[in-house]
Design a protein around this ligand. Structure first.
Ligand SMILES: Cc1cc2nc3c(=O)[nH]c(=O)nc-3n(C[C@H](O)[C@H](O)[C@H](O)COP(=O)(O)OP(=O)(O)OC[C@H]3O[C@@H](n4cnc5c(N)ncnc54)[C@H](O)[C@@H]3O)c2cc1C
Length: 391
């Protein structure tokens, strides 16, 4: 495996680096650095700027408005994004729905929705999980029944990230109860302002409102909102879940976070010496750095396979497990550094560095990283079956 970039790739790297230097607003960079949530307006404003450059939907082919980059270019872009301190984009429209419509949508659906994802006119949320259907998603019960030219939807979704920002939801619904449960699922697009939709907030352990419950009571959508065929929803959902994601491991952001932690440890004094010289912390930082290096090389191998036309399959489960465990370890290190200043009720923390103030909220929220996008246990089941060949 050759991990050196070519001359052209190095030039590309310089071009990307310069663009971020010239275009990333300082306040956005600072909020992202210390772990403060961005407002909807800030996220949309930044994404619009990327879109003007043609760099918003980096995995999309040129025919749909993407840059048509190679996997290596995407990797370089993500490294430079993290290095510059720019936020990761909101994935639901760009990473999830876009590729689904490109593969399964009608021409009308592509023409209508793809440009609006790029221009950020539409904010999509993902309506998959239900109170009784998370890991066992195929058990979902939200029902969709045909009525003339329309469908009528009844049921409830949960953990719907940013449903309160979204004006559209892509949803998995049950259209047939008589067949094998996977075969009775369909994929449908629902406008969030349709009569009969109620969004109820869930405040998570970091004290923020990212998540929601969404209720559908006799919600009507035209039949043209179905993506693929009735009963094809499971195939569509699987395509979406295994869709190529070279950034799933979060290596770029973890490298930047680790560097920040090392710098903080070197300048934070406890018992007359920098924390970086306290053996227990030194060891913890070194262990996390080794794990991160190993993950980076696993990511390189996946990248090389993708560049050779063999898209990542079950390997993405390894990246997800290790990547999220490292994110959790880094958030724990930041709390270790902050010590009592991490306590949000401690007024003295107002005098400490801003990243200390956010550290406990971030630590708490990242406990969910080994649950969302498929829990650790489910990823391990995938590895057991698909990589180890056990059943
Ligand atoms: C922050 C956050 C954001 C989210 N955003 C969205 C979103 O935008 N849209 C959306 O649709 N969903 C979203 N989710 C939901 C997420 O996909 C589910 O939480 C996840 O799939 C787990 O499902 P569950 O919560 O129902 O847990 P359960 O499936 O009930 O699992 C409970 C526990 O049992 C374990 N378990 C379950 N089945 C097995 C098995 N077969 N073998 C071994 N262990 C098993 C699980 O690993 C877990 O530890 C989000 C979740 C979180 C936490």
């Amino acid at each position: 495996m050759n991990i050196d970039f070519s001359k052209e790739e190095l030039e590309f790297q310089q071009q990307v680096r310069q663009w971020f230097t010239d275009n990333l607003p300082a306040d956005l960079k600072e909020k992202n650095r210390v772990g403060l949530s961005l407002s909807k307006e800030e996220i949309v404003g930044w994404q619009k700027k990327l879109n003007e450059k043609g760099w918003l939907a980096i995995t999309w082919p040129e025919e749909y408005g993407g840059p048509g980059w190679t996997p290596t270019q995407r990797y370089i872009f993500d490294m430079e994004r993290a290095r510059a301190g720019a936020p990761v984009g909101i994935s639901m429209g760009i990473v999830m729905l876009g590729p689904v419509l490109q593969a399964f949508g009608t021409q009308e659906q592509k023409d209508r929705y793809l440009p609006r994802i790029l221009s950020c006119e539409d904010w999509w949320c993902q309506g998959y999980s239900e109170p009784g259907a998370g890991s066992d998603l195929a058990s979902l019960k939200t029902e969709m029944v045909a009525d003339g030219d329309e469908y009528v939807i009844n049921g409830a979704k949960i953990w719907t990230t940013y449903a309160h920002y979204a004006n559209w939801c892509f949803c998995l619904v049950r259209t047939n109860k008589e067949v094998k449960k996977q075969a009775g699922i369909s994929f449908v697009l629902i406008p969030m302002d349709a009569p009969g939709i109620t969004v109820r907030p869930i405040v998570s352990i970091d004290g923020e409102h990212h998540l929601n419950e969404v209720f559908f009571d006799d919600v009507r959508v035209p039949k043209e909102n179905l993506v693929g065929q009735e009963g094809q929803g499971w195939t569509v959902a699987k395509y979406l879940l295994t869709h190529e994601r070279t950034t799933i491991a979060g290596v770029a952001d973890s490298k930047v976070t680790l560097q920040g932690i090392k710098e903080m440890a070197a300048k934070t004094i406890a018992n007359d010496r920098p924390l970086s010289q306290h053996e227990s912390l030194e060891l913890k930082i070194a262990e996390t750095e080794i794990d991160l290096l190993a993950l980076e090389y696993t990511n390189f191998r996946t990248l090389a396979a993708t560049a050779a036309g063999k898209g990542p399959g079950a390997e993405s489960s390894i990246l997800k497990i290790n990547g999220t465990e490292i994110q959790q370890a880094l958030s724990e290190l930041m709390v270790d550094l902050a010590a009592y200043q991490a306590a949000p009720f401690n007024t003295e923390s107002a005098m400490g560095p801003p990243e200390f103030k956010q550290s406990l909220a971030r630590y708490n929220f990242l406990r969910a990283s080994t649950i969302y996008g498929g829990s650790h246990e489910i990823q391990k089941n995938v590895i057991t079956k698909m990589i180890l060949g056990l059943s």
